[in-house]
Design a protein around this ligand. Sequence first.
Ligand code: SPV
Ligand code: MG
Length: 535
Amino acid sequence: METGRQLRELLYSDRLSYLMEAHNGLSAKIVSESEFDGIWASGLAISAAHGVRDNNELSWTQVMDQVEFMVDASGMPILLDGDTGFGNFNNMRRLVKKLEQRRVAGVCIEDKEFPKTNSFIQSEKQPLADPYEFAGKIKAGKDAQASEEFCVVARLEAFIAGWGLEEALKRANLYADAGADAILVHSKKSKPDDVLKFSENWDRDLPLVIVPTTYYSTPVEVYEQAGISLVIWANHNLRTSITAMQETTRKIYEEKRPIGVEDEIAPVKEVFRLQEAEELMEAEKRYLPDRSADYRALVLAATRGEELAGLTREKPKTMVEVGGKPILQKLQEQFKRFEITDQVTVRGYQSEQIEAEDMRFIDVDDYEGAGELVSLAAAREELEGPMVISYGDILFRQYILNNLLLESGDVVLAVDAAFREKEGDDYRDLVKASRPYRLEYTEDPVELKKIDPGLSASEADGEWIGLLKTSAAGTRALQNVLEELEAGPADFRDLRFKDLINHLVESGVTVDVLYVTGHWVDVDSLEDLAQAQEF
Ligand code: SPV
Ligand code: MG
């Protein structure tokens, strides 16, 4: 019972310690990243976070579930606000057992009657528990705990309910005799008079705990001098979240977009960090079969790229440098990031100029004036298993390949829905799909209808960027269609990649579209090259 020992140390140490309120896994995680010593699982805050009152409207198991998330998220010692123990001594026994099993460090119960009311609501009308009955509940809790360390804190509501020092002391002594590990003296005053008066007159060893919600302006040195052990900041994370949510809700509604709040709220990345998303990614590497390792990359780089004039006089397009590295090397690096280490490039023009480490090559001689299918056919032996096939003159951001690999379809093409922004009348693989790109999130798959460079910009839904992935079944389908086209009536040398894809679709194979919006370039002209340098 490590957390119980930690809470016990806070209670019995010579210095003043602090517990910070939390009410769910997230707030507990946030407190655990601070220097605070532990967490107060506030009944008020947990209730409010559920949208209910602090009147035992939550069942005790609902509270228990919540505190379990808090332990898991924080690993910190947590003192649970156990209200009145959720029943009599018998309920208290079960509560303590269950809390210990969930590694909660301790529980605080108050000497009122079930169902309780928050101490700051009509407090004078709140009946106190019979002190002997309450002492029995404390004793039952202590007897029920399995470890030495679990802490039971007895909370005095005498001052809250309008009683004086004498009643408070009488009760505190009874609870101490019953085995309580600490006494929480609660007060609703705006000055710490009640708690200071109590501590002056408290002559037992049992540590004192206070909750300065109403007397918040008092400097903590006052408590240090008074020999208080533990201060609880009882509801401030709940209250700050209320203010923040109200403000954000109001602003987004009024401004009709979130731009005004974006810089003031936690970025989504921070949400992921708090959820430890990275840990899961690491774990996936350890426990999931490595899908990317099965992929093979095929780069089609047989053409010269006349449009690049002097730059490709002595080397093919794929060796043109962008940002100090040949395009091919950049492609290789992309593939390696996904552990795609089996990489093959089809060379044609100036094949001897294409060099790259860890790359296998296939050479075609009759590349002059030929379409891409001649290259693909030359690489026929390589067409096996899951593949990523890329033109040799494109650059794309890492996420595009990442998302492509995550797609489950057998043949998936990355298609740029922001293609209209690109000018010029170069050849473009324009795509008609089952639906246009939509900004909002949707699980609907998008199917490719055809690739047709003759489409007008308004007819097309996007431009294929020259990158696709296939599953093993998808690669087989590709092989079959390739064979059919070779045997078909058209002059195979004229056929382009689009013809293969269109034929796939016509023969009933589903080809999926992964929409992207920019974040890639193909280097077809000097202008493209200039753009690629900035990429
Ligand atoms: C709580 O935080 O739920 C408490 C402290 O019990 S108080 O709200 O002051 O009663
Ligand atoms: Mg409470």
